[in-house]
Design a protein around this ligand. Structure first.
Ligand code: 5GP
Ligand code: ZN
Length: 137
């Protein structure tokens, strides 16, 4: 499969590895949004949240927790953004699931968390909440 992150896991493309276990691989992003920007991925290929197994997602989440703790200890950021994009419509570029760990400092100039907040229609919010709740199996 022609997947750049699978190639990184298999050492066919070099990377700056920071962490590895039986299910997870973590490495430095080559276009860092900030100092210490890391990517945490499952070793088994899965494009998005819809393809990854629950066990692999739990393993990625657990490694993300470990790595965020290490980032705090190593770099002492004042905040950390975790981002995980699924699908082109959500701006995912590399179709192998990954969690971004982005250390943040006040005034670092990043705008990724500037969401415009607009009050929603409570009836609509309630109806959509119920729709999702009913879809849980
Ligand atoms: P996405 O938009 O899919 O969530 O982000 C993909 C990320 O992968 C980007 O932040 C990009 O810099 C990173 N990336 C893409 N290709 C490579 C690569 O070959 N090596 C590393 N280390 N990071 C990569
Ligand atoms: Zn892959």
């Amino acid at each position: 499969m022609d997947c750049i992150f699978c190639k990184i896991v298999n050492n066919e493309i070099p990377s700056i590895k920071v962490y590895e276990d039986d299910r997870v691989f973590a490495f430095m992003d080559i276009n860092p949004l900030n100092e210490g920007h890391l990517l945490v991925i499952p070793k088994a290929h899965a494009a998005t949240i819809h393809e990854i197994s629950e066990a692999d997602f739990v393993a990625v989440t657990s490694a993300t927790h470990k790595l965020a703790t290490a980032v705090k200890k190593a770099l002492n950021p004042k905040g950390i953004n975790l981002m995980q994009l699924n699908g082109k419509a959500a701006n995912q570029v590399v179709p192998h699931l990954h969690v971004h760990i982005v250390p943040r400092w006040s005034g670092d100039g990043l705008t990724i968390c500037k969401w415009e907040l607009t009050a929603g229609d409570m009836e609509k919010i309630k109806a959509v909440g119920r729709q999702i709740e009913n879809a849980l199996t």
